[in-house]
Design a protein around this ligand. Structure first.
Ligand code: IFM
Length: 443
């Protein structure tokens, strides 16, 4: 099934995404150091169902098979993350040659298959030793991150097409500020300090990558929602504005307006390191948010259900038709935005190896329709990555929510492409066929 209305530019980049801790396993193999996630998973009562990332999809030992699965899709980009403690176990100082070799094999395997490597430097798993000395509350981690970025660039800078400094700094911050189980962090920590250190790490890494002369483009991946007020009254309108500031604008403003959006009503200057020009903005989108005023909420607001809209197994509204609204909001509020890559988009569904996977296909199709429309309306959107290549560890939620185009049996580790894998492959082939036939992409 290929939607004839989906028409993308010939050079559009088609991809799938994963992250190290969620798929690699081999948590202590070949000199890898512990990450904060190893520590969290190994605590009594760790993650849902007693899950850990110790084995996960065992991608570390099954690289060749997984490269073939990626290649079989016909994608032109694969987004993965480097595990910082795998390549630099202590977060500073010596490098682990085995870790670097692993990512070199991955990158070379992609290039051999004609796939551009899109490399995320930080998908939440920093070395435990850095957490022990303050984690994101300490400015030192930003400096260490820049050193780490340079070390990876020295090894792979000639072969990576796109560099993503941080994945979803908002998730890192939220986890700590709200005391969720995602990252250990007591309530009341200074969120702005963390936000600043995260963005400083990003900015310093951008500088370091540029001075290392990397050949690829450099960007960051932000998770955005798009806020709708629950009602038309002033309290809900204020709540939606407040949610926008604390979530969608929090990292966009320092990147593209030069200041953080809040703090006692006064903007806080971000500075030239943080707003250093980037080549693309990565957007991770899953669901919109409907916001109501609530004195019980930390910032005076809470998310509420969208009337008549079902929610998925993680409680997020299934409203792919709202993706376009977020894109329009971005365009209207950040006119000087660099080109966009959708770096994640997907839906969690329960296990079902041979299920028709219709819900995933419907969700992804609708999101692509929204994207195609935004491009036709003039937005510079250059790529799209499905989250995720394969079922994997959904952090503290364990293995039950399945986002993959490929099913993974977590007992046997057997991989089985789902119907959505075949659908995506055909869709990409149709788009690329259009390119070969020289057909105009603007219908
Ligand atoms: O699995 C995560 C990913 O690590 C970051 N973005 C959201 C995904 C789904 O929750």
């Amino acid at each position: 099934m290929v939607d004839e209305d989906l028409i993308f530019p010939p050079e559009f980049c088609w991809g799938v995404a994963t992250a190290a801790y969620q798929i690699e396993g081999a948590w202590d193999a070949d000199g890898k150091g512990p990450s904060i996630w190893d520590t969290l998973a190994h605590r009594p009562g760790g993650f849902a169902g007693g899950a850990t990332g110790d084995v996960a999809c065992d991608h570390y030992h099954r690289l060749a098979e997984d490269l073939d699965l990626i290649g079989g899709l016909g994608v032109t980009s694969y987004r993965f993350s480097v595990s910082w403690p795998r390549v630099q176990p202590g977060g500073r100082g010596p490098w682990n040659p085995h870790g670097l070799e692993f990512y070199e094999r991955l990158v070379d395997g992609l290039l051999l298959r004609g796939i551009q490597p899109t490399l995320t430097l930080y998908h939440w798993d920093h070395p435990q030793s850095l957490e022990d000395s303050g984690g994101w509350l300490s400015r030192d981690i930003a400096e260490r991150f820049a050193d780490y970025a340079e070390g990876v660039a020295d090894r792979l800078g000639d072969r990576v097409a796109r560099w993503i400094t941080l994945n979803e700094p908002l998730s890192v911050l939220n986890a700590a500020m709200f005391g969720s189980s995602r990252v250990d962090g007591p309530l009341g920590r200074d969120g702005l300090q963390m936000a600043h250190n995260l963005m400083l790490a990003h900015g310093l890494a951008v500088r370091r990558l540029r001075s290392a002369g990397v050949r690829g483009e450099i960007g960051i991946a932000l998770n955005l929602s798009g806020m709708t007020p629950a009602g038309g009254g002033p309290a809900d309108l204020d709540a939606a504005r407040c949610a926008e500031v604390h979530e969608d604008r929090l990292f966009l403003d320092p990147l593209f307006h030069g200041h953080f959006p809040l703090v006692a009503g006064r903007p806080v200057v971000a500075g030239e390191i943080i707003d250093a020009p980037i080549d693309f903005l990565g957007v991770n989108w899953y669901a919109p948010a409907r916001v109501a005023a609530s004195p019980a909420g930390l910032f005076g607001y809470t998310r509420t259900d969208l009337p008549g809209v079902p929610v998925n197994m993680l409680g997020w509204p299934v409203a792919p038709e709202r993706f376009g609204a977020l894109l329009t909001w971005l365009r209207q509020n950040y006119p000087a935005l660099p080109p966009i890559h959708v770096t994640e988009n997907g839906i969690p569904l329960p296990d079902g190896v041979n299920a028709p996977d219709t819900e995933r296909i419907a969700y992804l199709s609708e999101c692509l329709g929204q994207l195609s429309r935004a491009i036709k309306d003039g937005m510079d959107i250059r790529g799209y990555h499905v989250w995720s290549l394969m079922d994997n560890l959904e952090w503290d939620h364990g293995y039950a929510p399945r986002f993959g185009l490929v099913h993974v049996d977590f007992d046997t580790l057997v991989r089985t492409p789902k119907a959505s894998y075949h659908w995506y492959r055909e869709m990409i082939a149709a788009q690329r066929g259009r390119r070969k036939a020289g057909r105009p992409w603007r219908a």
